[in-house]
Design a protein around this ligand. Structure first.
Ligand SMILES: [Zn+2]
Ligand SMILES: [Zn+2]
Length: 266
């Protein structure tokens, strides 16, 4: 059984997935715990990205879902897309909801999202990847560790990249990546193994070499996340991610309740 700690529902601006479909898909995929990590992405370059999730409505819908699926643990989470100008605003918005899980992520680099082909225009691979790593390092350095639990999809810059040598690896920005990994390890934060990239790349996010480095720097906790925006990807290749983590010496996965760590044996 798996704990899928990165999923999106129709409360995300980029997903149509009804919560009911998400729960049914989890049960079919041997997932016994899901965390719904809808987006808050204030400062995103797209207008729709700036839509706030209706977390009050979602809270009621998840309560009803728990009644209908007593065998499934359903956690209320959020994926916070960092943006220096809106950090405080996003945290203030989230505070009253007392969520189970804050997943820190980064989509915006130099005013654009690598999801869009325009991000890569006029940039060499080296420049694009380094800017991503530097922006991520600055974000993680700026965030108070008390305000998040795990870091999402390290290597996101490669997910939609047009380059022949696509994977984002430690060697692309060793200093910046080490700064990120050290800060996570020292503060007991989890690093996500996001499997959504496996649809078109050999690498998870983070990749094997970055996960290895995290372990070497004292990192102990990982989360497994499909980043599913549709039911067919709930639990996607989490067994591969689990085996990868075990092969690198990780022993514990991280789950959360009320933002308290609930570590489990992988
Ligand atoms: Zn994301
Ligand atoms: Zn996501």
């Amino acid at each position: 059984m798996y704990k899928d700690y990165h999923t999106h529902s129709r409360y995300s601006y980029d997903s149509q997935q009804p919560l009911e479909a998400l729960a049914a898909a989890a049960e079919a995929a041997q997932v016994d715990e899901i965390c719904v990590t809808d987006h808050i992405d204030l400062g995103h370059c797209s207008p729709e990205g700036n839509t706030l999730p209706d977390l009050a409505d979602r809270h009621g819908a998840i309560a009803a879902l728990r009644q209908a699926h007593p065998g499934l643990v359903i956690r209320e989470g959020i994926e916070i897309g960092d943006c220096p100008a809106t950090r405080r605003q996003m945290l203030d918005f989230l505070k009253p909801f007392r969520l189970d899980y804050h997943l820190l992520s980064l989509h915006m680099v130099d005013g654009n999202d690598p999801y869009y082909p325009s991000f890569y225009e006029g940039k060499t691979r080296g420049h694009a990847y380094r800017r991503y790593a530097e922006t991520l390092a600055a974000a993680v350095a700026a965030w108070d560790p008390a305000d998040y639990d795990a870091l999402a999809h390290l290597g996101y810059v490669a997910k939609f990249a047009p380059y022949k040598n696509k994977p984002f690896r430690h060697a692309d920005a060793p200093d910046a990546i080490d700064a990120v990994l050290r800060r996570l390890a020292q503060n007991g934060k989890a690093l996500e193994i996001n499997t959504s990239s496996l649809k078109n790349s050999p690498d998870t996010m983070a990749s094997r070499d970055i996960l290895t480095r995290f372990r070497d720097l004292g990192g102990e906790l990982i989360t497994l996340g499909s980043d599913a925006h549709a039911p067919e990807f709930i639990g996607y290749r989490l067994e591969d991610a689990r085996q990868l983590a075990l092969s690198l010496g990780f022993r514990y996965g991280a789950a959360f309740e009320g933002r308290q760590l609930r570590a489990y044996r992988l």
